[in-house]
Design a protein around this ligand. Sequence first.
Ligand code: PEP
Length: 255
Amino acid sequence: MKKEVRKAVIAGNWKMNKTPKEAVELINEIKPLVKDATCDVVVCVPFVCLDAAVKACEGTNIKVGAENMHFEKSGAFTGEISADMLKAVGTEYVVLGHSERRQYFGETDETVNKKVLAALSNGLKPILCVGETLKDRENTITNELVAMQTKIALLDVSEKDLENVIIAYEPVWAIGTGKTATSDQADEVNGVIRNVIKEVYGEVAAEKITIQYGGSMNASNCDELLSKVNVDGGLIGGASLKAADFATIVNAACK
Ligand code: PEP
């Protein structure tokens, strides 16, 4: 596997944090710290912050993503946001299938697949999250489960469209807990995901796809995690809310 053929992507997942004004303040702090980054830098922000974030990022190397979307185009889906709406305010990326959405909002592999297809057909780049719970890991089904989540989420996605997909391996037990997967664990599961891509789409697609690790990645452990051949960046929760820490991770991914 040649890591050099892939562009590292560091994406912040702000979750339910920041008002539009606070979002602009944080982006303005991040901007100068990441301006020379050779990897891709994304901030995924709450819906109400998207417009302000896109404007604050204009003319910079920071791209903006949403944290979720609905798969339907429009209609009677109170409280939901469509891909069209995200595009209309300049959103480029969208986090899909995050474990918090699966856990608290009833998302399934099937709805995640519908969302991935809707995002791609509207020109949005999905950051597709997969990962096992602690129970799954203890039951030694991590690899099978993550392979299945990946396969189902990508059903009917063409090889061409796959070029716009980023996959984030996020062990549920490591998200927001301060417990990080070891770099070997992250590399192993990212490798399993890459093998699924190879099986379904072939070697070239598998070499090209960006597979991030997410789960308590921070300024202290990022070097070790990002050094692994199958870890092409990170999806960062807590540490993405601190400009200096986020920038440290971005700059580690550019080495
Ligand atoms: C996440 O929300 O995707 C995440 C990885 O969170 P944290 O970095 O806080 O574990």
